[in-house]
Design a protein around this ligand. Structure first.
Ligand code: NAI
Ligand code: MG
Length: 343
């Protein structure tokens, strides 16, 4: 467990209480080790994590993270000093973001009650690459070049993950592209996705240009089941989708190595929320749902389903919703309600 900064530790405390309750009910025993890696550590010791931090994590089955980031520490330090090394060293090539409009949560869209889909973002390559450079700094002919990296292995495995996930859901994949404008990498993406689709004849699929797809997320979000996209497209689509779902406070994410060779990482979508940190009002549901994704990944699907059912129960009741969802409950009250719902 890496609670991190700000509300990170508040929501991770809550997730831990819910895990304890659901694991007791299912006779699952989990062992935890907590690390104080954070911007606070960076301020005191000059690094987000120790030099052997990645080696330390290698032996674990899963990482549950709150949030890292704090005013005064540049965001690229917290990102590149902790999150990106974890995602890349451990080949967490899937970033998974389930989106649901729960009863009791108001979407900014009208009639969005049936929204239930998953964004599958490629998490290791694509547009977020270190290949490129800048020359002629400060001169009139200064220029910057950044290359996107799309590999056959990388596109195949993310497409396979999306098709397999869809086969366990409503059997429908949408692939995000822009092969009309980006003329090398995205036609390649389209070709490889089509090849992998042929291996999953049970799953229906289509391909949409990213601009039109963004519009459809807003106009008819209920039509999607699994949406797969490159690193950049997936990043943007998952934030858009989380906004459609109503609150950043409930959105979960998983950074997965589906091969299970390395630990996978589970974290709420939100950040450290310095504006509400320490007030005891953070919505813990995003962290709790992330913990449920962790249980599922570890092979405890029934326990994961119980956690989601407990979330449904507490979100339905105004008395157990936090301020971001129009309620008045504290983080602790929501946590207690979740634990109660798990009996
Ligand atoms: P943020 O997600 O921390 O906050 C955005 C807004 O949403 C704030 O008004 C906040 O109060 C609210 N909010 C967020 N989570 C909430 C919750 N659980 N319950 C109720 N309200 C909630 O994003 P922001 O302000 O842009 O970033 C703050 C810091 O967090 C930055 O340093 C940023 O780099 C970091 N961050 C870290 C992430 C990570 O660890 N993966 C992800 C996003 C941001
Ligand atoms: Mg993002």
């Amino acid at each position: 467990m890496i609670p991190g900064d700000g509300i990170g530790s508040e929501v991770i405390d809550s997730a831990r209480a819910v895990l304890d309750a659901v694991c007791a009910r299912h006779s699952v025993s989990l062992e935890y080790t907590e690390f104080d890696w954070s911007c606070e550590r960076y301020a005191n010791e000059g690094a987000m994590m120790p030099a052997d931090g990645i080696e330390t994590l290698r032996g674990f089955d899963a990482i549950l993270l709150g949030a890292v980031g704090w005013p005064g520490v540049p965001d690229h330090v917290s990102l590149w000093g902790l999150l990106i090394p974890i995602r890349r060293t451990f080949r967490q090539y899937v970033n998974l973001r389930p989106i649901r409009v729960f009863e009791g949560v108001r979407s900014p869209l009208r009639g969005a009650d049936d929204v239930d889909f998953v964004v599958v973002r490629e998490n290791n390559e694509g547009e977020y690459s270190e290949v490129g450079g800048r020359v002629n700094r400060g001169l009139p002919d200064e220029l910057a070049v950044q290359e996107s990296i799309f590999t056959r292995v990388g596109v195949s495995r993310i497409a396979d993950f999306a098709f397999e996930l869809a086969a366990s859901r409503r059997g429908y994949v949408t692939s995000a592209t822009k092969s009309n404008g980006i003329v090398h990498t995205l036609p390649f993406w389209d070709e490889v996705v089509a090849e992998r689709a042929a291996r999953h004849p049970d799953v229906r699929w289509d391909s949409e240009h990213i601009d039109a797809l963004a519009a459809k997320f807003v106009l008819s979000p209920e039509r999607f089941d699994v949406v797969v996209g490159s690193n950049l497209f997936g990043d943007i689509l998952s934030d858009l989708a989380a906004a459609v779902a109503g609150s950043i406070g409930i959105a979960p994410s998983a950074n997965l190595d589906p091969t299970k060779e390395f630990p996978s990482m589970f974290e709420p979508v939100h950040g450290s929320a310095p504006d509400i940190a320490g007030q005891g009002i953070a919505n813990p549901v995003g962290a709790v749902w992330s913990a449920a994704l962790m249980l599922e990944h570890l092979g405890h699907a029934a326990a994961a389903a119980d956690v989601v059912a407990a979330m449904e129960t507490t979100l339905r009741d105004e008395a157990t919703r936090t301020k971001d969802l129009g309620g008045t409950a504290s983080t602790q009250e929501v946590t207690q309600a979740l634990v109660r719902a798990l009996g």
